[in-house]
Design a protein around this ligand. Structure first.
Ligand SMILES: NC(=O)c1ccc[n+]([C@@H]2O[C@H](COP(=O)([O-])OP(=O)(O)OC[C@H]3O[C@@H](n4cnc5c(N)ncnc54)[C@H](O)[C@@H]3O)[C@@H](O)[C@H]2O)c1
Length: 259
């Protein structure tokens, strides 16, 4: 079964690196024109160039999607360049460890703005265009197993991801009359720049190896590669998906089925 996005346009936020990049690349290699977004213009341009070098159609748009202005500029730039917007993947996020009681509220707010509000802003900007064009569309939110499991020091991240999955359900309902399908992919551990903690990948620590590999708390005994998560996102956003709506697809190697 081949997936083809011929004539479709996909926007992936935070796609200069990691899962976002792998997703943009997969869309482009399946025929979509893609918009690579991030805050740093040079990183986005380099990623778009890597996709173009493989024969894909890709454009870089630097924009901070934690703001309404940034999300709207991203949608506008997409329409200006490609004339349509069929798929929005809300992937941009940051990780941070913060003590709930003592951390300044500004830090809390910063994480919610990037990890939660960005999905509101980009979904609204995209849905307006999809509704106006009348061709339907797909929105995929990249949440996390943090959506339904909590980790010490990650209250803002946990809350943002939980809210994102609930946004998925609410929008699946609200946008269904326009044939806009809305789903989430919730990854577990993935080998990306987000795994770096103080300059070292947490996947290269004894803590990760002992717990998740040796004791197989991840039944597949390894972290995912970004492309493995991208495949789930791409399928949910594809024309092959005509009936999965409001779903949170957990992609964690089985981590959350055990305890
Ligand atoms: N790596 C993991 O283990 C893991 C696990 C579960 C969920 N996730 C989720 O996957 C998604 C992708 O993360 P990743 O692992 O590929 O890490 P990553 O750090 O490579 O990707 C996040 C991207 O978002 C971009 N970004 C951050 N703030 C932005 C903003 N305001 N505007 C635009 N872009 C912004 C970053 O520059 C970066 O390119 C995130 O939503 C993350 O929460 C990752």
């Amino acid at each position: 079964m081949n997936i083809s996005f011929e004539s479709q346009v996909a926007v992936v936020t935070g796609s200069g690196t990691g899962i976002g990049y792998a997703t943009a690349e997969a869309f482009a290699l399946a025929g979509a024109a893609v918009v690579v977004n991030g805050r740093r213009a040079a990183v986005c341009e380099e990623a778009a160039e890597r996709i173009r070098a493989q024969g894909g159609r890709a454009m870089a748009v630097a924009a901070d999607v934690s703001t309404i202005a940034g999300a709207e500029a991203l949608a506008r730039a997409t329409l200006d360049a490609y004339g349509r917007l069929d798929i929005m993947v809300n992937n941009a996020a940051v990780a941070a460890v913060t003590d709930f009681v003592t951390a300044p509220y500004d830090e809390w707010r910063r994480i919610l703005d990037i990890n939660m509000d960005s999905a509101i802003h980009c979904s609204r900007a995209a849905a307006r265009e999809m509704i106006a064009a009348g061709r339907g569309g797909r929105i995929v939110n990249v949440s996390s197993i943090h959506s339904y499991r909590a980790e010490k020091g990650a209250s803002h991240y946990d809350m943002a991801k939980g809210a994102m999955d609930q946004l998925t359900r609410a929008l699946a309902l609200e946008l269904a009359p326009f044939n806009i399908l809305v789903n989430s992919v919730a990854p577990g551990f993935v080998d990306t720049p987000m795994s770096m903690v103080n300059g070292k990948s947490e996947l290269d620590t004894d803590w990760f190896r002992d717990n998740y590999v040796t004791q197989r708390r991840i039944p597949l005994a390894r972290a995912a590669q970004p492309g493995e998560i991208a495949q789930a996102i791409v399928w949910l956003a594809s024309p092959l998906n005509t009936y999965v709506n409001g779903h949170v697809l957990i992609a964690d190697g089985g981590l959350s089925v055990t305890f």
